[in-house]
Design a protein around this ligand. Structure first.
Ligand code: C2E
Ligand code: CA
Ligand code: CA
Length: 643
């Protein structure tokens, strides 16, 4: 038969490229079971394609004698051997993705169906079960071919069912890739059955392997560019899987001394080479251990579920090595470090705990005396929510994962949105959403608020500039300033410089300050406020009605607006005394010539009543909740085009 071989040549090219790329990318890492299985699949598939092509070429010369005929039989023999193993490997790959270790019995049962194709292949040269070559050297499929395909299909189905069963562990994209593998490998076989000359099946599997490379293996995402080892992402993923599937595992963290790696002193190429050198040292310790470079100075080793390593001796070995010098060029370098041993789930079954441990080791700046510490002895109060939030803040500052939301402010006079308040959001990959009422006080106590406040200022300026807010009749954006920011000596200059940098008018910014900020730093604040007000930046007194509501601040400091706190607004609806107090407060502020924003407006009745008191600005869920920048712009566009 005349086959159209072009798909086979494409398959050969594609698989060779993936195989070479894979070998290159993973050359420095101790491969996990998943990666090893994938590599085997690539290799076997490559062999199958090559054998298929050789067989095709031999057919052309089949009439030339017995030698070619024997070669043809041999090729067909090995072709079906490699062909039969790939579906089995695929089933193993699917199980390896969940990191669940199989018992010897389960592994045996998984291998058992392979007996069928093995027998069929072994008997074929004599009995022609799977294939036979007639006297005219023409290749024929044997009567047992459907059985061979059924076993393969069985493995593919097993892989899918397994992936579906572990859907809580495997991300949708991974599961879809596994299901895709089955579809793309079965469909071409069916097509080939209908149009036998169209040799599509190898190409189909090559595409499947490419899909797995891009969607599951993803070397760019899981490898560290400095050392070529697996990175933090791969490490946390490996831990997460093991925790979810309740697989026992042990981790050894090694954090190198901050001073020995200080690239400000030695330069970054030096640090890179030292880290690489240390990575090679770890690699030659044992081929059973998976090694990860998780943060700049910290390496993590995951021991397999079953191993023959004596942990205390192993830890001692690393400790002693760390105390010895490493040869770097012509000099000896003492790395020194700290070794931490952790057992999961005995020490923890929380990913946040493991992640916190890395951060604490990485941020430890003293006493790298090569000591061995046991995670169970660490009294690090990981369980305290506060520590976790602090670490989440560090993460967010480093990765800039905060997001600024905008809550519209409605003008009762103009009957439309005229400004918005910028409100910070933190969605941590480990802790999830953390409300600002929780993280802002912690950021203030730890001083991180300076960097965070800076982020908000930059984001808002960028937002105003990028979207040209005046086109939507937005007069200004309100930014919350914390006490510590107000105490900064150069606050005024800094903010003015920022507006200039972004080409904004200072009047496009309104700064919200609470009473506490005003009372904690009256002198500094007054100087800063005067400078800013002279340059047309306006100020609001935030949360009025929650503290002492000291009228002195209103009188002394140049506030443009007073924001009545939601608790005050709500209580005015609850009883007549509170209502009297509220109304007289409103009247007093109005007489002082200041504008009022009423916060926490949630109903039509509230909005109506507050408007009747002559309050100019309303803010609350009745109008809109805080929303991401993009949505806010859509909201403004919708306001301009009401239908
Ligand atoms: P805040 O300055 O008083 O902000 C108003 C809070 O009231 C926001 O809470 C907002 O979502 C909420 N709110 C607005 N309208 C309504 C309503 O109708 N009903 C109810 N129940 N709530 C409403 P959020 O965003 O959780 O912020 C809480 C606090 O965190 C803010 O109170 C502010 O003190 C602080 N904060 C937020 N972002 C920043 C920031 O960038 N810097 C600083 N320093 N503090 C910030
Ligand atoms: Ca505010
Ligand atoms: Ca407020």
């Amino acid at each position: 038969m005349n086959y159209n071989m072009s798909y086979n040549y494409c398959a050969l090219l594609l698989t060779s490229i993936i195989f070479i790329l894979y070998l290159r990318k993973y050359k420095n890492v101790t491969l996990a079971k998943q990666n090893k299985t994938y590599r085997k699949m690539l290799l076997l598939h490559l062999m199958t394609i090559i054998l298929g092509i050789v067989m095709y070429l031999l057919f052309a010369h089949a009439s030339q004698g017995i030698l070619v005929r024997i070669m043809l039989i041999l090729c067909a023999f090995f072709f079906y051997v490699t062909h039969s193993i790939i579906p089995y490997l695929f089933a193993c790959y699917s199980t390896a993705l969940t990191s669940v270790a199989f018992s010897t019995r389960t592994s045996f049962l998984l291998k058992l169906p392979l007996v069928i194709p093995t027998l069929l292949i072994l008997l074929s040269p004599w009995k022609g079960c799977l294939f036979y070559i007639d006297e005219n050297c023409i290749f024929h499929r044997g009567p047992f071919m459907p059985v061979f395909h059924l076993v393969s299909l069985g493995y593919l189905c097993y892989a899918c069912i397994y992936a579906h069963h572990f859907r809580h562990v495997l991300k949708l994209s991974k599961r879809v890739s596994l299901y895709g593998f089955v579809i793309f490998s079965v469909l071409p076989v069916i097509i080939q059955h209908i149009i036998p000359s169209l040799a599509l099946s190898k190409y189909g599997i090559s595409l499947c392997l490419l899909l797995i490379y891009l969607k599951i293996e993803r070397p760019e995402e899981s490898l560290d560019s400095t050392t070529g080892l697996f990175n933090q992402h791969a490490f946390l993923h490996a831990c997460k899987l093991r925790l979810k599937t309740q697989t026992k595992f042990e981790i050894i963290f090694i954090t190198l001394d901050y001073k020995s790696l200080n690239h400000q002193i030695f330069g970054s190429p030096y640090t890179k080479r030292i880290l690489k050198m240390f990575a090679s040292y770890l690699q030659q310790l044992s081929s059973m251990i998976s090694i990860y470079h998780v943060t700049e100075r910290t390496f993590a080793l995951i021991l397999p579920q079953k191993h023959s390593i004596t942990v205390p001796a192993f830890l001692m070995q690393v400790k002693e090595r760390l105390a010895e010098p490493f040869r770097y060029g012509v000099t000896d370098v003492f790395l020194n470090g700290i070794i931490c041993y952790m057992q999961c789930p005995e020490d923890t079954d929380k990913l946040a705990y493991i992640s916190s441990c890395i951060e604490l080791l990485e941020n430890k700046k003293t006493a790298y005396n090569n000591e061995i510490i046991y995670a169970k002895d660490l009294n690090l109060n990981f369980s305290e929510r506060r520590t976790q939030v602090e670490l989440a803040l560090q993460r967010a500052i480093k990765c800039r994962t905060f997001e600024v939301y905008y809550q519209p402010i409605f003008s009762t006079k103009d009957q439309r949105i005229v400004s918005a308040e910028a409100l910070l959001r933190l969605n941590d990959p480990i802790l999830g959403f953390i409300p600002p009422d929780e993280f802002i006080p912690i950021a203030e106590e730890t001083g991180m608020i300076i960097e965070i406040g800076d982020f908000v200022l930059h984001s808002v300026c960028q937002f105003i500039k990028e979207n040209n807010l005046p086109q939507y009749d937005i007069q200004f954006i309100e930014i919350n300033l914390s006490v510590i920011q107000c105490m900064q000596l150069n606050m005024a200059e800094y903010i003015l410089q920022l507006t200039e940098e972004y080409g904004l008018s200072p009047s496009q910014i309104n700064l919200e300050i609470t009473e506490t900020a005003a009372s904690d730093s009256p002198k500094m604040l007054q100087i800063n406020m005067n400078t800013l007000v002279n340059s047309a930046v306006t100020f609001s007194l935030d949360d009025y009605g929650t503290g002492y509501s000291n009228v002195a601040y209103i009188m002394e400091l140049p506030f443009h607006m007073i924001k009545l706190d939601k608790s005050m607004v709500w209580s005015s609806f609850e009883n007549s005394r509170a209502s009297i107090a509220f109304e007289s407060t409103v009247a007093m502020i109005q007489k002082l010539g200041m504008h009022i924003v009423a916060e926490g407006v949630e109903t039509y009745d509230q909005a109506d009543f507050l408007t009747s008191l002559g309050i100019e600005y309303l803010q609350g869920f009745y109008f809109a909740k805080p929303m991401p920048a993009k949505k806010f712009i859509q909201y403004l566009i919708a306001q301009q085009n009401p239908d």
